[in-house]
Design a protein around this ligand. Structure first.
Ligand code: NDP
Length: 493
């Protein structure tokens, strides 16, 4: 019996084994010393004449400098997008639009290695993840939405749709290329044009994408990529000639955006924070569940809006699961993001490391019991050991607030009703996970949990065909799948 086995067998991870370094070569990626703004199909100097550095969070060394777009630049980008929308893109036959999008998808695949290296250098994520997840998923989004471009009458049967116009898209630093793909692909497939702003700390893969877009001969102005800080994002949000804002980021900025567009005709999709409950019942295959917990919270250093950052374990298997998790954590390699053996790379920025360390202190002060793995950390750069807390109360801040790092709050439960109440007792509602042998229990839980995505016996699984988005303070609107098309069209009849 699975449970009996789980009770007796302890997995051996052979953590004493030393792996030789397996670094990916930086030389396969070309990073320019300086990047301008991508407006109307060309790289243009910023009106501000200002540039800011983007650094490698694993070494703290400068990688490049990028332009700081001000309001005048945003105006230029919006004008380019409007002209391209009115004169070219909205008039082009959909099957022609699709060809460009397929071309971009193929070019991302062709340059996958270069994209993966730059993503890991600029953002700190382990190369295994950027190579095997971020870049293929980004290409898949372009392929998927290219397929829909000339089939919208099947996506919206018996309805007539029109594009919205010009979309302003603001993305965060945790999945820079993938977020750019999530935003750009459905928007241009449905005939809109866009202005995209990547996050300040991770602009490089979006700018590499701009180079590809230029090489793909996409008509000028259809996609404009401008870099800058929060003020640039705010200038996009407040621009009167933008029809839609698509934002992924913190709940705080999401609220600012919502206030800014209230009373305007702008449509919005907001994909904000999360504090997902990952729930393990005593009939679950525990070793698999522990792998799911590791993937849920330590994937991408925990910089994941849908991370399984709260773990609920049924009381009868609580001790066992926590011990298995600690054993597994001791095997995780934290270090050089470019090393193919690395499991957990660098924290994205000094500021974010400070946020995570602040929460670790809060957890200790609140009386929770902390365990962190004993792995060595590199001497330079921003790193954090995988960390768990037990003895956590539902009201503790580490159980309520988004930490956005490799920090897990663990609690026990006895009954289904109790865990549903605890899981839903959060301001967020983005994702959740359930681990059990019983299909009926899965259906019971998935129907009662207020989360946009609920995974069963897996976690952090994404697919372009599948909608993603939240409830409550996790935002509104869906990206991905058919729902993702809906967010970029007017249904006119
Ligand atoms: P933000 O929400 O500040 O950043 C997201 C994007 O919005 C970035 O491109 C940012 O630019 C831009 N931005 C910032 N201020 C404004 C504004 N007033 N108007 C328009 N755009 C704006 O996230 P942070 O990087 O500050 O991270 C803070 C916390 O947010 C994290 O600790 C984490 O908890 C959470 N977070 C959640 C994410 C999610 O996917 N749910 C993603 C990222 C963060 P810039 O980068 O230049 O500041």
């Amino acid at each position: 019996m699975a449970t009996a086995k789980n009770n007796t067998i302890k997995l051996k991870f052979d953590s004493a084994r030393k792996l030789a370094p397996a670094p990916e070569s930086k030389s396969a990626a070309k990073i320019n010393p300086r990047y301008d703004l991508f407006i109307n199909g060309k790289f243009e100097k910023p009106s501000s004449k200002k540039y800011f550095d983007t650094i490698n969070p694993a070494t703290e060394e400068k990688l490049s400098e990028v332009a700081d777009a001000n309001e005048a630049d945003v105006n230029k980008a919006v004008k380019a997008a409007r002209d391209a929308y009115e004169n070219v893109w909205s008039k082009m036959p959909a099957k022609e639009r699709a060809k460009y999008i397929y071309r971009i998808a193929r070019m991302i695949q062709e340059r996958a290695r270069e994209f993966a290296i730059i993503e890991s250098l600029d953002g700190g994520k382990a190369i295994r993840e950027s190579r095997d997840f971020d870049v293929p998923a980004a290409a898949n989004h372009f392929f998927y939405y290219a397929g829909w471009a000339d089939k919208l009458e099947y996506a919206f049967p018996n309805r007539r749709t029109t594009p919205l116009g010009v979309a302003g898209q603001i993305i965060p630093w945790n999945f820079p290329l993938l977020m750019a793909a999530w935003k750009i692909a459905p928007a241009i497939a449905t005939g809109n044009t866009v202005i995209l702003k990547p996050a300040e700390t991770t602009p490089l893969t979006a700018l590499k994408l701009a180079e590809i877009i230029q090489e793909a001969d996409l008509p000028p102005g259809v996609v404009n990529i401008i870099t800058g800080a929060g003020a640039t994002g705010a200038a996009i949000v407040n621009h009167p000639d933008i029809n839609k804002i698509a934002f992924t980021g913190s709940t705080d900025v999401g609220k600012i955006i919502q206030r800014a567009i209230a009373g305007t005709n702008k449509k919005a999709t907001l994909e904000l924070g999360g504090k997902a409950a990952n729930i393990i019942f005593d009939d679950a295959p525990l070793d698999q569940a522990v792998e799911g917990v590791v993937n849920g919270i330590f994937f991408n250093q925990g910089h994941v809006c849908c991370a399984g950052s709260r773990l609920y374990v049924q009381e009868s298997v609580f001790k066992q699961v926590v011990q298995k998790l600690k054993d597994r954590m001791e095997t995780l390699i934290v270090g050089d993001p470019l090393d193919k053996n690395t499991d957990i790379g660098a924290i994205n920025s000094k500021q974010q490391l400070e946020v995570i360390n602040k929460y670790i202190k809060i957890g200790q002060k609140e009386g929770a019991e902390m365990f962190e793995s004993s792995c060595p950390l590199p001497g330079k750069g921003f790193f954090c050991r995988p960390t768990i807390f037990t003895n956590v109360a539902q009201s503790n801040r580490i159980a309520q607030e988004e930490i956005f790092g490799p920090v897990l709050a663990i609690q026990s439960f006895r009954t289904d009703d109790e865990v549903i109440e605890k899981a839903n007792n959060t301001p967020f509602g983005l994702s959740a996970g359930v681990w059990t042998d019983k299909g009926s229990k899965i259906f019971n839980m998935t129907t009662k949990m207020r989360a946009g995505v609920v995974w069963a016996n897996t976690f952090n699984k994404f697919d372009p065909t599948s909608p993603f988005g939240g409830y409550k303070e996790s935002g509104y609107g869906r990206e991905g799948g058919l729902h993702g098309l809906n967010a970029y069209v007017n249904i006119v009849s």
